[in-house]
Ligand binder design. Structure first.
Ligand SMILES: Nc1ncnc2c1ncn2[C@@H]1O[C@H](COP(=O)(O)OP(=O)(O)OP(=O)(O)O)[C@@H](O)[C@H]1O
Length: 276
């Protein structure tokens, strides 16, 4: 089900400009996401990551610029048609109803074909499979309003995966997850991309970005500061410019980049993010 090969998808924003009042939140952003890619979006608090996601999902309208899904304008798709192609895991979610976790995940299945149809045995099987893959079967009958923040986050990820969409957009998906769930989720994203999904996620942890991303996009004050393969993008000077801390970048035995904070500088309160 969820690892079946989805259609080839391509989501694009071209020179998207978005303001709130007189404040420019996104300044001529161009970004694309294709099947098989994992794009990690980095940027300090308030850089515009969630706003960009909401625009890519069609929830917010940009002042100018173009949004395309495959060969069509995003605006041409109905909400339901979009739900069949794009699944979204929001950053924080307040539970309105005390649904059981299994039913929250089942809602993801129904997004595909319309919420008013009765769930079929295949839907329940798909839900159980997602719960098992994310190692949260034990939560299935617990109420969404009575589980921990990290468990809620996993439930929302499960709901998005159950949706079966080819494009997954995840807003800081690792937040609140313990180390084991973080590593499992990262591996899961790699598996999904390997089976042809397109994945875009934001993170405050550049380690996660270099570990799994095929491309890293860096957002700074609403503008794209860098876009490219992790090894080209992540440098000590970029980390310092973004977060105001000193790091070294090393290569591990598998040839993967590792980011190591330089502690004496990290503790130096005078070290501020530099203006590029
Ligand atoms: N509803 C809103 N009304 C007015 N301004 C908003 C609103 N939502 C976000 N903003 C502003 O837009 C800018 C971008 O916010 P956004 O949530 O996209 O940032 P972000 O990069 O996702 O931040 P974080 O990493 O803290 O989640 C911020 O300056 C924020 O204060």
């Amino acid at each position: 089900m969820m690892t079946s090969t989805p259609h080839i998808e391509c989501l694009e924003a071209r020179t998207v400009h978005f303001r709130r009042g007189t404040r420019v939140i996104l300044d001529d952003i161009t970004i694309s996401l294709k099947s098989g890619e994992i794009v990690a979006l980095l940027g300090a608090n308030g850089a515009g990551k969630s706003t960009l996601f909401r625009i890519l999902l069609g929830f917010l309208k940009p002042e100018r610029g173009e949004l395309r899904l495959n060969d069509s304008r995003l605006a041409e798709f109905s909400r339901r048609a979009l739900a069949q192609r794009i699944a979204y895991v929001p950053q924080a979610h307040v539970a309105p109803f005390p649904y059981k976790v299994r039913d929250v995940v089942l809602l993801g299945r129904l997004a595909e074909t319309g919420i008013f149809r009765a769930p079929q045995a295949a839907d329940y099987r798909a839900v159980d499979e997602v719960l098992e893959r994310l190692a949260i079967t034990h939560l299935a009958l617990r109420r969404y309003t009575e589980i921990s923040g990290g468990e809620r986050q996993l439930t929302l990820i499960a709901r998005a995966l159950a949706q079966g969409a080819g494009i997954l957009i995840l807003d800081e998906p690792m937040t609140g997850l313990d180390y084991g769930y973080q590593v499992r989720l990262l591996k899961h994203l790699v598996d999904l991309a390997g089976s042809g999904h397109a994945i875009l996620f934001s993170t405050h942890n550049p380690e996660h970005a270099v570990r799994v991303a095929t491309r890293i996009v860096v957002l700074r004050d609403g503008a794209i500061m860098a876009d490219g393969p992790p090894a080209q993008i992540i440098t000590p000077s970029l980390i310092r410019a973004l977060y105001g801390v000193a790091v070294s970048t090393l290569t591990d035995v598998e040839g993967q980049m590792v980011i190591v904070p330089t502690m004496e500088h990290a503790l130096d309160a005078r070290l501020e993010p530099t203006r590029a």
